[in-house]
Structures are given as structure tokens and as C-alpha cells.
Design a protein around this ligand. Structure first.
Ligand code: F6R
Length: 366
């Protein structure tokens, strides 16, 4: 059942070229300029005309929501708030009739996310669900939605569900932006093509497995890790840190790279591994200076960079080169090495990666 892999988590990481394709199948055809999400048809105009969009989720799904915030705001120009479902539901949130709430949940059973949408619904919001499990409670409680079609996720640490969530949310954002006219035809078609090529590029990122295992061996005994990214790679830093802490029990923190100066920089010494997600995008020059700041304090830098980068390899201790793509969908590629890094470190530390202590696959109590 693990398809020859040692753990479900590894199987699910390696399934991603396939699960992302499954998620796009029948929905996206870049050659024909075709993008359709059946579950959106009835409600697309409500999203196009929305004054704002709220996203509610927990954990890794919240990270996917944060990637979506950046994508939606850039392409649709609709203001987006991403909320932890547990905070949102208890603070008497401001919800108006016609507000659009997107709920993201792999299991579709997370208690706080379910309660958050019930609350929003009672105040007249339109609920759009992005779930993996068909027929789950959140899927049923939503007015409309799109399934991620990633297939069953058994490993407690979420991997393929995350990339499928980001894929669905990107398709929703592009559809809304296209309908709204807030994206040019050229850019729209370029992004459809880039999205369609993601599975092949994820396959290339997976081919770095051995190299990542080698890096994992060097850092497996670290007591702390810092993950830093900017822009679209900021939520990837959060996700990388979460993956490491939940399965290897190493303390890790994800931060927007520029926030480092406001506190975490005090932690940096020769013992501190810092993972930079530093692919070639609009914040590249800025993150290069952040890498220099860490090196100046003797931190150990592991950098995820775009293939062909010549500058960061001169500064970093270890580099992981991933294929280039549009910066808005880079998280689909840049997260892969971080999933593998946490997996190998956890295995080397003898941890139960598929069932980490204290964690359950679906959190049905608050
Ligand atoms: C992390 C992880 C959890 C879940 C969170 C939400 O790897 O698995 O953080 O992402 O419990 O679960 P769902 O998406 O089922 O609502």
C-alpha cells in the first residue's frame, strides 16, 4: 500500500507530479486557453464583485491560504484576509452579507474551520470550500467549492494536499481575475502555461532527493532551525518550519526574511542552520542581503535557489537548485525540497514520520 516507499509521507511527496496533474485534469488546458472549475460556475460573479475575501483554515492549510492571499491580491486586486479559524470564530468577527469566505481543509473535518464557516454562513457570507476529502463536513457545509483531488493523504504531515490546495486556489484566482479584467490576456495565458508545466518541474525537484538526504545528514542533530523567505516564498518558509518541527521534533521557526532583524537575528551563531527560500523573483536582491547578514554572523546557510543562480552559491554553505517558474506559483516547487529535508531528518533521528507523537490526521475537537 506504500507503493514500495518506506513511509506514506515519502510516497505522498513523490506522488505530487501526479496529484497536481489530477487536480488540474479536465479543468485546465493552456493550449486552448481553457480554465473551468465546475463548482465555481454559480458563484463566480459573487467573488468577482466581492469587496473582500476571507480565508479560514488551520496549520498547513492556513499556509496554503497565505500563498493564496498573495496570488488573489496580485491578480484580482480584491483585498484578502487569512485567518486562523480558531481565532476568527471567537472574536466576534466582522462579516457582512455577501462577503466571500474560502475555507481550506484537507480532511474537511477540522472542528475550528467547520465552526468558522458555520458562523460566517449565519451572517450571510458565501462559503467556498477547498477540501480534499469528498463529502466531508466542510465540503457539505459550503455553498460551493472545488475539490483538490490529491487522493487520500495518510501521512499525518500534509504534503500533497498543500500543493493541490495551492493549485486549486491559483486556478480560482486566475478565473476571477480573468472575469474581472484585472489581469491582461497575455499574463493570463502565460500563467496557465506555467501552471500546466508545474508537474514536470516538481518531478525535477524530486530528483534532488539524494542531495537533500546528504544535507539532512549534516544537520540532523541541530537543535534549532530558521526558515526565511520573502514574498511568495514567505508562506513556504512557514510551511518548511512546520514540516520539520512536527515530524523531527526539532524546534524550527519560519519568518519573513526581513523580520529577522527585528529579533531572530539574535539567535544566529555557527550552530544555527538557516534555510533560505531564495528563488529568482522580485525580492531576490533583498534576500541576497539577508543571506549576507546571516553569513556575517556565521550561521549555516542552506539555500533553495533557481537553477543557474551564480551569486547565492558563492555565499551559501549548501544550495538546492530548483527549476524556474513564475514567482506566483513558485511555492509549488520551492516547498518540495523542504518536505524532503524534514522527511530525511526525521527518519535519521528515528522518528515515526507517518504518525508523529501528539498529532492526529484530522483535528475534530477544538
Ligand atoms: C500539518 C498538518 C496540520 C493540518 C491542520 C489542518 O502537516 O497536517 O497542520 O494542516 O490540522 O487540517 P485540515 O487541512 O484537514 O483542515
Amino acid at each position: 500500500e506504500k507503493g514500495g516507499y518506506e513511509h506514506f509521507m515519502l510516497k505522498e511527496i513523490f506522488e505530487q507530479p501526479r496529484s497536481i496533474s489530477d487536480c488540474m485534469r479536465g479543468r485546465l488546458d493552456a493550449n486552448r486557453g481553457h480554465l473551468v472549475l465546475g463548482g465555481l460556475r454559480e458563484y463566480i460573479n459573487k467573488i468577482v464583485n466581492a469587496d473582500r475575501i476571507l480565508i479560514v483554515a488551520c496549520g498547513t492549510s492556513w499556509h496554503a491560504g497565505t500563498v493564496a492571499e498573495y496570488i488573489f491580491e496580485e491578480f484580482t486586486r480584491i483585498p484578502v484576509e487569512v485567518e486562523y479559524a480558531s481565532e476568527f470564530r471567537y472574536r466576534n468577527p466582522i462579516i457582512k452579507e455577501g462577503d466571500v469566505v474560502i475555507a481550506i481543509s484537507q480532511s474537511g473535518e477540522t472542528a475550528d474551520t467547520l465552526a468558522a464557516i458555520e458562523l460566517a454562513k449565519s451572517k450571510g457570507a458565501i462559503i467556498f470550500g477547498v477540501c480534499n476529502v469528498v463529502g466531508s463536513s466542510i465540503a457539505r457545509a459550503s455553498h460551493a467549492g472545488s475539490y483538490t483531488h490529491a487522493g487520500p493523504e495518510i501521512g499525518v504531515a500534509s504534503t500533497k494536499a498543500f500543493t493541490a490546495q495551492v493549485t486549486v486556489l491559483t486556478m480560482v484566482a486566475l478565473l476571477v481575475a480573468h472575469r474581472k479584467g484585472s489581469i491582461t490576456e497575455a499574463r493570463y495565458h502565460e500563467l496557465l502555461t506555467d501552471l500546466e508545466q508545474i508537474p514536470v518541474k516538481v518531478e525535477k525537484a524530486l530528483a534532488l532527493n539524494k542531495q537533500i538526504e546528504y544535507i539532512a545528514d549534516i544537520f540532523k542533530d541541530a537543535r534549532n532551525f530558521l526558515y526565511l523567505g520573502r514574498g511568495y516564498n514567505f508562506p513556504v518558509a512557514l510551511e518548511g518550519a512546520l514540516k520539520l518541527k512536527e515530524i523531527s521534533y526539532i524546534h524550527a521557526e519560519g519568518y519573513p526574511a526581513a523580520e529577522m532583524k527585528h529579533g531572530p537575528i539574535a539567535l544566529i551563531d555557527e550552530e544555527m542552520p538557516v534555510v533560505f527560500i531564495a528563488t529568482h523573483d522580485s525580492s531576490y536582491e533583498k534576500i541576497v542581503s539577508n543571506i549576507q547578514e546571516v553569513k556575517a554572523r556565521k550561521g549555516k546557510v542552506i539555500a533553495v535557489v533557481t537553477e543557474g543562480d551564480t551569486l547565492i552559491p558563492k555565499m551559501a554553505d549548501f544550495i538546492i537548485e530548483v527549476p524556474a517558474t513564475n514567482e506566483a506559483i513558485m511555492p509549488l516547487i520551492s516547498v518540495i525540497p523542504l518536505q524532503l529535508l524534514s522527511y530525511h531528518i526525521a527518519v535519521m533521528r528515528g522518528c515515526n514520520v507517518d504518525q508523529p507523537r501528539n498529532l492526529a490526521k484530522s483535528v475534530t475537537v477544538e
